[in-house]
Design a protein around this ligand. Structure first.
Ligand code: B4P
Length: 207
């Protein structure tokens, strides 16, 4: 199995790049944001709880998203690998992902982080908000809160993977296809090296 964590602040392009990556590498895409929004559409109790938090730009409790990922891994045991998009968002989630993957005899190959500054994120998400219908994309205060939550609760997850020599950061500003080529080159190096980190593409993180 080849398992990739796509990382970055809200609006960095994780969902955009995931769509291109699943087409190229035939991996199963697991987006906790998408899984939560499906629960909201279905009107489940979990969805109702998640909606209040998501609309305000806050994280959903760890146990909720960890449970969803555990079920998804169980239901996709034949997969060639996974793209984790928007998960893990806390160190507790990262530790749980390692444990869950170990139960399936596999592990995270690498984390690829898209770096984008706050003003660009706000511009992108307000733009998406005009068509997405997502309440969390339609208000600048909530968007900036999501960025703050990322900086205070999520950014530290990069350090977790850096300590395992699995962290790669790249510029998330530019043409979508150029960013995709950069991500692909990192994945290809990993696959060629059998999951050993390609040193040239790796750098330490401040978090
Ligand atoms: P998510 O659904 O994960 O999504 P996201 O952070 O909004 O954005 P993403 O980075 O995928 O952006 P996209 O490619 O679409 O999270 C939503 C909420 O769910 C969270 O706030 C939280 O409440 C909850 N949640 C999810 N996972 C959780 C977890 N693990 N724990 C707790 N809570 C969790 O791109 C955005 C826009 O930019 C698009 O319009 C796109 O077209 C544009 N764009 C992309 N790349 C571009 C480029 N290179 N140039 C210009 N524009 C670009």
């Amino acid at each position: 199995m080849h398992n990739i964590v796509l990382f970055g602040p809200p609006g960095a392009g994780k969902g955009t790049q995931s769509q291109k990556l699943i087409a190229k590498y035939h991996l199963v895409h697991l987006s906790t944001g998408d899984l939560l929004r499906a629960q909201i559409v279905e009107g489940t109790p979990l969805g109702l709880t998640a909606k209040k938090l998501m609309d305000e730009g806050l994280l959903v409790p760890d146990e909720v998203v960890i449970g969803m990922i555990g079920s998804a891994l169980h239901n996709n045991r034949q997969a060639a690998g996974f793209i984790f998009d928007g998960f893990p968002r806390t160190t507790t989630q990262a530790e749980s992902l390692d444990r869950l993957l170990a139960e399936h005899g596999t592990s995270v190959a690498c984390m690829i982080a898209l770096e984008v500054g706050e003003e660009e994120l706000v511009t992108r998400l307000l733009g998406r908000g005009k068509t997405s219908g997502r309440p969390d994309d339609q208000d600048e205060i909530r968007i900036r809160r999501r960025v703050t939550v990322y900086n205070t609760e999520t950014a530290q997850v990069a350090g977790y993977y850096a300590a395992q020599h699995k962290f790669h950061a790249l510029n998330g500003i530019g043409e979508v296809d150029a960013i995709f080529q950069h991500i692909s080159s990192i994945i290809d190096q990993h696959q060629a090296a059998g999951s050993e980190a390609p040193a040239a593409a790796t750098r330490e993180v401040k978090a």
